[in-house]
Design a protein around this ligand. Sequence first.
Ligand SMILES: Nc1ncnc2c1ncn2[C@@H]1O[C@H](COP(=O)(O)OP(=O)(O)OP(=O)(O)O)[C@@H](O)[C@H]1O
Ligand SMILES: [Mg+2]
Length: 397
Amino acid sequence: MLQAELHAGRGNAPEAAALPLAVTRLTLTDFRNYAAERIEVATRPVVLTGANGAGKTNVLEALSYLTPGRGLRGVRLPELARIGGAGGWSVAARIETPSGVAAVGTGIEGRAADSDDDEGAERRVVRIDGAPARGPAALADLIRVVWLTPQMDRLFTEGRSDRRRFLDRLVLGYDPEHGRRVGAYERVTRERLKLLRDGGGDDSWLTALEGRMAEATVAIAAARREAVMRLRGALAAGIGPFPRAELTVRGLAEDLLGEHAAVEVEGRLQALLRRNRTADRDANRTQEGAHRADLEVVHLAKGLPAALCSTGEQKALLVAVVLADARLQAVHRGAPPLLLLDEVAAHLDETRREALFDEILALGSQAWMTGTDRALFERLTGKALFLGVAQGKVTDG
Ligand SMILES: Nc1ncnc2c1ncn2[C@@H]1O[C@H](COP(=O)(O)OP(=O)(O)OP(=O)(O)O)[C@@H](O)[C@H]1O
Ligand SMILES: [Mg+2]
């Protein structure tokens, strides 16, 4: 009923088509350089243009907190609070999904200057349709957001943790439980390491923790393998001028699962964790588990790993992965994910840029794109909503 009203209100009621996945209202409070800002948009793609430092990426970053995880810049949550504000921040959104409209809010409370409640400041509260959710993981059931940022130009050449996070964000689209499992795994892993470090560690308690770690690692690895397998099919077929790519997830459990039953892999992992107790304590880190996996990407036409490709080729590979995922999601979930594309147009040649825009329009994805140069988005005139950003204010472009 509400959906029908919303569409009727906009005067463009779609006849039969499923609703796209889109944010139609975004409210930022004390978020980065936004004191209080409300953006109302349609379900079409959005182009944000403005000068350096205007607040374009900050809008995308706010949208990235509508999903579980550490956000587009991966920073600590208090850092997002507006300098000069009360210390808290919030992002609220109206989200249209294929199964209805939802109101989502997330953020952290400000805290008194003398408070030492660091834990509280690191945990964000999530509300869905007015009711508190158990945590950010609940957002995965509602909405999917995938992003590409200039920082990700180094995704293939730097450490594996960002690649793994990129992969895990993709996995969420195929298995919304994935975020909860990864979160639970990280908590148990921290608990075991703390016990080892503190010299405590009643054997049966450690064994129980290691059992949970092994079980979670196998479940996480299986979900990663499944998502990568699906993506491989879409990527091998190729997407327009974007390079065909081969994806592989590497990790002890991921590799073992290719040849052994899950229970056996779990048993081996648990035995390994037990053997590693002393070494893990001495190194103050857990040497094996779900947090060690990596995503390998090969440029098929060149037969080269992504890390040996040019900057532009690496970007094109990433775009190919994101578009392949969006295509699959459109079928799998009835809607492609929200795409946050920070300065992507500026990094692609004209052919690829136009192919990207055409693909976004064909998918019906609400892509939020940023750039300093509006001319690069000319092809989207009349098809996307253009907004101007200046000094923490968003205006009709
Ligand atoms: N916590 C904060 N409080 C207030 N301002 C902040 C905070 N964090 C970042 N800023 C400021 O927000 C402004 C906008 O940042 P943002 O990254 O969104 O710019 P941008 O429009 O994407 O610019 P560019 O084109 O250079 O990428 C910057 O001037 C930055 O210093
Ligand atoms: Mg920016």
